[in-house]
Design a protein. Structure first.
Length: 247
């Protein structure tokens, strides 16, 4: 394939599963992480076992200079061909009437501002209008954008609605510049994100209530992302693909 894929938040969970799938498909991969260097390096080592180039860079997507540095690290591997905008966080359970502005701002800086800045850097490299060769951007949103997450984190759900809209609008903006932009919306997926939001039992509690009767796996989400990245999805842009077990 000979193209580089940048995956934000690729050290754990869905991002790590995307890296594994992408490496198996022949992408050279640059992944970002925020704090867990050991986890990132083990994902890199597994990707290299697939025979591709791989690297990890510490980059907080809420910090513009970090995002720019992450793309520079990806550029060092070769020409960029795709970006998976995956890094995202949830906040502790709270009703809206108890939320501080600081909590909401911190989350939006990662889930929304980080996503927009990541897309900006992606388009600057992929778009034929910027001298690029085209490529594919996949945004990891959430089914929360249509469910609303009442009583849990409506602010997070709203941030993921912004991700849906970012995908829809950006897809139209760059459709004739060789860049496809799509959104994958996971439902409840078995990763550490739930514990990070103070609900370590969330998968166990809510999984059985999903129409298919269980939570999803990171690899099931990664399969959808990998397909949208691939030429098999050549006529898909501006699509929102739910991977949510019917939820
Ligand atoms: P996760 O297991 O908590 O992993 C999050 C990843 O993002 C880690 O690699 C983490 O790096 C990185 N990260 C966190 N904050 C970051 C920041 N500010 N800058 C750069 N990287 C950062 O999460 P996940 O469940 O795989 O979620 C991935 C995406 O799927 C998120 O956008 C999430 O909203 C979405 N999603 C998840 C679910 C679910 O049920 N799991 C459902 C719907 C949507 P460190 O390890 O270094 O901190």
């Amino acid at each position: 394939m000979g193209a580089v894929l940048l995956v934000t938040g690729g050290s754990r969970g869905i991002g790590a599963a995307v890296v594994a799938r992408a490496a198996a498909a022949g992408w050279d991969v640059c992944l970002t992480y925020r704090s867990d260097a050991d986890a990132a390096e083990s994902v890199v080592a597994r990707a290299r076992e697939a025979g591709v180039q791989a690297s990890a860079v510490r980059a907080d997507v809420a910090v513009e200079a970090d995002v720019e540095a992450a793309f520079a690290a990806a550029d060092a591997l070769g020409p960029l061909g795709g970006v998976v905008v995956n890094a995202g966080v949830v906040s502790p359970k709270s009703r809206v009437d108890a939320m501080s502005a600081a909590r909401v701002a911190d989350m939006l800086a990662i889930n929304v501002v980080g996503a927009v800045v990541t897309c900006r850097e992606a388009v600057r490299r992929l778009s034929t209008a910027h001298g690029g060769r085209g490529g594919s951007i996949v945004l990891v949103g959430s089914a929360a954008s249509r469910l609303g997450s009442a009583g849990e984190y409506v602010d997070y759900a709203a941030s993921k609605a912004a991700v849906d809209t970012l995908g829809l609008g950006l897809a139209k903006e760059v459709a004739d510049e060789g860049v496809r932009v799509n959104v994958v919306r996971p439902g409840i997926v078995d990763t550490e994100i739930h514990a990070s939001g103070g609900q370590p039992d969330r998968v166990e509690r809510i999984g059985p209530l999903v129409p298919v009767g269980r939570a999803g796996t990171a690899d099931e989400v990664a399969a959808a992302v990998a397909w949208l990245l691939s030429d098999e999805a050549s006529y898909c842009t501006g699509s929102i693909l739910d991977v949510a077990g019917g939820r």
